[in-house]
Design a protein around this ligand. Sequence first.
Ligand code: UDP
Ligand code: MG
Length: 313
Amino acid sequence: MNPTISIVAPVYNEEHGIEEFIQAVADVMNEQELPWELLLVNDGSADRTLEILQEKKKAIPQLEWVDLSRNFGHQAAVTAAIAHARGQAAVIMDADMQDPPSLIPKLIASWQAGNQVVFARRTQRAETGLRRLGFETFHKFFRYAIDFPIPANVGVFSLLDRCAINEVKKLPERNRFLPGLYSWVGFKQNFVDYARDDRSAGTPKQTFKRLIKYASDGVMSFSYKPIRVLGFMGLMTAVMAFAIALYFTAKRLLGYEIAFTGFTTLVILISGLGGLILLAIALVGEYVARIYDEVKNRPAYIVKSTSMDSNND
Ligand code: UDP
Ligand code: MG
């Protein structure tokens, strides 16, 4: 029989913290009177993570795992996790204790009250330094950068009802920004607030480069604004050029001398405009590269093996 609630999480080189996480989830879920499963997607870990999962499954039968063929990245692993969840609802979270398992009952209560997409919303976060600055700047500017309303301060941590899971599963895009997609599918949405902890063990597994790619996916898959800004800058430049042309032509026609200096101005104009044009091409290129990714239509992840029966794949 399928469980009512699936708790799903991606894991990548989490050998130091994963047991604590599994235990915390099991403790919370055993208090709920609902059949549950904990589904962990091993995203090509190079350490003992998978062995630990196999070992733990002997003691906790509700634990299931899906092993990917290599490291596909956080969003792909979460996508795999959502695809394999069997419950009537799935709680999607990180396995590093930054998303506190103690919040799960609140998410479930909100689902039982009839909500179909329940976002866990951060009221504060524990990270420090450059990473924190990056996250905060992103969330501050993100809502101005997108065309589609996506709630602020939400991430992957959420609960989705089966109807939302099925719609998210159908979305074919590769460059995924999941918080946006949860919001995009609609249904009855709600929030549960929490304070985000620091990870309990190990170092962050997402590199800064990947976070930047993730942030630009967020903007580009939900907005054409970057291109529109370029269009506006182009228009301003053209208007300025027209005004300058008018001014100098009139001056010439009226017989004024045109002083033959202005080398500095020329250098600044040519290099400035050149830079702007290259920047514009690069930005358009980012969209084109994403289109290319989508057109290639490669799967977001490949499953090597799983603890679940093959008919549930
Ligand atoms: N993770 C993953 N694949 C990756 C990187 C991370 O499955 O390539 C998992 C990781 O094990 C953790 C979650 O995704 O459960 C969030 O990763 P992390 O804590 O490193 O990211 P951050 O909290 O900085 O967003
Ligand atoms: Mg983390």
